[in-house]
Design a binder for this molecule. Sequence first.
Ligand code: SF4
Length: 234
Amino acid sequence: MKILQKGFNYSQDGPGNRLVYHLQGCNFRCKWCSNADAIPIENPAAKDITVNDIYDEILRSRMIFFDGGGVTFTGGECTLQSAELLPLLQKLTESGISTCIETNGSIPALREMAQFIDYLIIDLKHPDNETHTEWTGHSNTQTLENIGFFLNSGRRIHIRIPLIGGVNICPERFAEYFSAFDTSNAVFEFLPYHEYGKDKWQGKYEMENAFVSAETVDKFTRIFNSCGLKTVKT
Ligand code: SF4
């Protein structure tokens, strides 16, 4: 598998203390991406590591998976490497390791993986396909299908919405979309725009005036909660 970086993180990439692997390569081109170095499929900085070596490393780390922790695969888009990720998730599940993935939800194989994912974190940048495609370079059709699949399956799902000024500040539209589902197994989180990863674009960063106010975040929270959608902060 192509791994760009790895490290421990507490609670922001799934429950508890987790060993987090950032996989190289993404099929989206979100203009605000804070991990632009993880987007290209090929990157000399990424290391090729076998499934067995990753599995052994995770097992050696299990003593520090405290507070319900485990392993998280993120990216880039980790499911692009599903041919290796799926059997790895299966082995980890059989060994009793808590598994989490962070995904843009655009790969059909996510459904096959579902049985080996204890905690799914999935992003939705916009419910409307045209706007989604304009800002991410990719359709949201498969993402919406996968979100629907997880909501209907009763599996735990954590839906993250990046709040990007001038792009998706339409809380009513998001809330309307999710209200059509049984969301009792879901939590929602809002991630206000930031520019921490701007330097990784090496002068090609296009976003301007995209910061959002605390009032905007409060408005999203209020509208979601009024529709029975449970919100969290991690
Ligand atoms: S889906 Fe995530 S990793 Fe991929 S371009 Fe968008 S923000 Fe970056």
